[in-house]
Design a protein around this ligand. Sequence first.
Ligand code: DGY
Length: 322
Amino acid sequence: MDEPVIVVTRRWPAPVEDELTRRFGDVRLNADDVPLGAHGLRAALEYADVVLPTVSDRLPAELFEGELRTKFLGNFGVGYNHIDTAAAAKAGIVVTNTPRVLTDTTADTAMTLLLMVARRAGEGEREVRAGRWTGWRPTHMMGADVTGKTLGIVGMGRIGVALARRGHFGFGMSVVFYDPADFEPDHRIPGARRVGTLEEVLAVADFVSLHMPGGAENTHLIDAAALATMKPTAFLVNSARGDVIDSSALIEALRSGTIAGAGLDVYEGEPEIPQGLVELDNAVLLPHLGSATLETRTAMGMLVLDNLQDFLAGRDPSCRVA
Ligand code: DGY
């Protein structure tokens, strides 16, 4: 390929944009950071050799139909359920993602949500800022302890393991986990117990944290029946993908006291968030900040560049997913 035309769909951290333009001559950055939308993405697939999308770009099968110029999609992010990878592969496009570099940062976000919802931190902050705090009193805004409780992990991949380590070694939590995949997670956590079903984790955990991929296989895995299996004192944390939880069922469970609270970083149909969720004090809501540190977002971008460099040199990129 001569000088490839490269489209970056959103703004990237400055060091990565600088590196990209230093290495390549025809880079089309998105200086305004306005999402391209379906039309813009389709156009990019028609005129660019390389498209570098991210989680906020939807790339369903119909976008890959017909004549395309693109040969490489380098996703900025580990999750890629927003891309129909089978359709991309059929169109002859190589797809890569950015695993590993965001593991600790995302596990930190999950731990943040867990602590915030247990200790009512969002609610407390809202009270202080609104000038509604009337002072210390023994019964004010009592939360739940985290130390020594049972942490249930659903999806024991890299991020699940990193959260389990934080819970166990940092907060003395016992860990119980479920993963449908046929592999032995490298967790090295004394006493961590693997169970054979999702329900077994839900039934015993004081905190359930979700770490499986989004997409059809896990859509609404956590529905009304799953929520009813949890303890009424338990909390649910989701830093994976929004569609894993049926949000209507969750709102109902939070309203009725089926579970005690939820800490969420991701949503079905984000950035739209159901009003019912916004109104609930026992829900902590973050704007998909899982990997959002300067260091990690820079590392993610550099990994996209490594994948691209491999592809252009005729090597199989190490983070190839299709
Ligand atoms: C990912 O990489 O998939 C994250 O959701 C982005 O933070």
